[in-house]
Design a protein around this ligand. Structure first.
Ligand code: HAM
Length: 421
């Protein structure tokens, strides 16, 4: 068989020029996390399947319908990570990161895999930027985590989004709510599969998209009304902390996150320009996760931000910066002596901190100038035999066409003045 290959269905891919936007987004999202002391954690994209069934929860769509699970050559059940938190927790426990200074503050970014029905903004391989802060239940840490995401979105120029928050409370609050919720659900008309699902986690019914279930759930008891004294005090502190730094939010008591480990503060950032796949990020606290995965009983909080959807949101809001590929100088050699000279000149300038491209092959002056233009370089310089013997050349500003004569020895200095490095 011959013929071309295509990427597997439903994956997101980034190549130039859009990949420049991808790295811009990652850098802007990382900066506020770095500013708050989070450190990189780089983990495998596949783990033991049980890490996710136990950690994320079997009642979730993610685990029950969307995992890429396979047997490896050693007969082990392996799953491509559908999310990042369970893997981070596995690594924290395995490598004893929770035995020193707490909270452990980590960030990660990379591909995640969910076998969902592909559509705009929903992919089978997608990218997240995430942070996790493990080992403190201080409500100000909740606010820190939310503030980091918010700052990232702001620095990317996004405006048309809303932060929704709620609290799932502590174990006591949840169990009081659960008693009433289970009673309420027992009185509903549901099919067997839905009943079985709600028996595993009754909160899942709040997330059901079917109209007949949604309308029945309208009157269901809300968890927010069941928070005990400590839980509601914590939630108040989180809200006040957000207000104190000017972060607007909307309390959404009906919010249900798609993963089972959440407790306490949970949140979602919803963008208004994306249609159905509007969640550009979400997260929350997970009090029992570490113990569930065999570690000590420490609380944690974090988020995962969807890089693909953030890019779509930036495009929808027309806030994509223009000059994401930045080149200071494009050098064009004419003739073989010039090729050797340009190679070493470009190398020297790059080592001095400039971004330099050069033309290759014998494409002639016209073709090379076209390439210089296309590259988006701010300046260009043509080097032929005459320039080499003179030791000087014409430095051209591409936007204005203005030309100045420079000696090759002072090129780095002249360029530094012009591009201000
Ligand atoms: P999540 O809400 O499942 O949370 O995913 C976080 C974000 O990833 C979503 O808001 C969305 O932007 C993006 N996302 C999810 N699925 C897809 C998809 N199929 N295609 C494109 N983007 C998608 C988590 O994954 C948690 N681990 C977050 C967290 C960290 N909670 C605590 N710590």
């Amino acid at each position: 068989m011959s013929g071309k290959f295509q990427a597997p269905k439903g994956v997101s891919e980034y190549f130039p020029p859009r990949s420049n936007l991808f790295s811009h987004v990652v850098n802007k999202l990382s900066a506020p996390a770095l500013a708050a002391g989070y450190e990189l954690i780089e983990l495998p994209v596949f783990e033991d399947t049980e890490l996710f069934t136990r950690g994320v929860g079997e009642s979730t769509d993610v685990v029950s319908k969307e995992m890429y699970t396979f047997e490896d050559r050693g007969g082990r059940s392996i799953t491509l990570r559908p999310e990042g938190t369970a893997g981070v927790m596995r690594a924290v426990i395995e490598h004893n990161l929770d035995r020193s200074q707490l909270p452990v503050k980590l960030y990660y970014r990379g591909p995640f895999f969910r076998a969902e029905r592909p559509q705009a903004g929903r992919y089978r391989q997608f990218y997240q930027f995430g942070i996790e802060a493990i080992g403190s239940n201080d409500p100000y840490l909740d606010a820190e985590v939310i503030a980091i995401a918010y700052k990232g979105y702001q620095d990317l120029g996004l405006q048309d989004f809303t932060l929704q928050i709620t609290s799932l409370g502590d174990a006591e609050s949840r169990s009081n709510h659960r008693i009433d919720l289970v009673k309420f659900i027992a009185g509903l008309k549901l099919d067997e599969e839905t009943k079985a699902r709600s028996a595993r986690n009754p909160l899942r019914l709040f997330d059901d998209k079917r109209e007949e279930v949604k309308s029945q759930m309208d009157q269901a008891p809300q968890l927010l009304d069941y928070l005990n004294g400590e839980s509601s005090e914590n939630f108040e502190k989180v809200k006040q902390a957000l207000e104190s730094v000017g972060i607007p939010y909307q309390v959404n008591p009906k919010m249900v996150r798609g993963l089972d480990y959440y407790t306490g503060t949970t949140f979602e950032f919803v963008h208004h320009g994306l249609g159905a796949q509007s969640g550009i990020g979400g997260g929350g606290r997970y009090d029992g996760l570490m113990e569930t995965l065999g570690g000590q009983n420490l609380s944690g909080i974090g988020f995962g931000l969807g890089i693909d959807r953030i890019i779509l949101a930036m495009e929808a809001e027309s806030v994509v910066p223009k000059d994401l590929k930045y080149i200071d100088l494009f050098v064009i050699p004419l003739g073989s002596a010039a090729q050797a000279k340009v190679f070493s000149l470009a190398n020297q300038l790059r080592n001095a901190g400039f971004v330099v491209e050069q033309s290759y092959g014998d494409r002639g002056l016209k073709g090379a100038m076209k390439a210089a233009d296309k590259s988006g370089a701010r300046y260009s310089l043509v080097l032929g035999d005459a320039e080499i013997s003179d030791g000087s050349a014409q430095l051209k500003e591409m936007s204005s066409g203005e030309v100045v004569s420079v000696t090759l020895d002072s090129l780095a200095q002249t360029l530094a003045e012009k591009v201000k490095i």
